[in-house]
Ligand binder design. Structure first.
Ligand SMILES: [Zn+2]
Ligand SMILES: [Zn+2]
Length: 115
């Protein structure tokens, strides 16, 4: 199950950004929710997370593959950030536009109103 995590506010649209696995995989980017433009996510922008096992704050770090990761100092759980966020194509279409989650519903309503 993917975690929906916000990055910082996008420069291009002053909008929320969604942290996703980048197209290349393994890396993470934060994509503007309006235009889908990816930006790099700096270490200081990593969101605070709580451990799923013991509910203590997780500590962000850079692992031996130079990827962002989190570890729990209490129970020792650790994981790469890219492994818990959604992949890029689940939320953005090929041209980088955010896929509206209400899309299906809107299409259904249009379909119904035509009848
Ligand atoms: Zn934008
Ligand atoms: Zn823990």
């Amino acid at each position: 199950m993917a975690l929906i995590l916000d990055g910082s506010i996008s420069y291009c649209h002053q909008s929320r950004s969604l942290i996703v696995q980048s197209r290349e995989g393994g890396f993470v980017t934060q994509n503007c929710l309006v235009c889908g433009k990816p930006r790099s996510l700096s270490f200081s922008e990593l969101p605070g997370l709580l451990c799923g096992k013991c509910n203590n704050p997780l500590e962000p770090f850079i692992d031996s593959f130079k990827n962002y990761a989190y570890k729990c100092l209490t129970c020792g759980t650790s994981f790469e950030l890219a492994s818990v966020v959604p992949s890029w194509e689940e939320h953005f279409d090929y041209d980088g536009f955010a896929i509206d989650s209400d899309y299906d519903e809107n299409m259904n309503n249009k379909w119904k109103s035509k009848k």
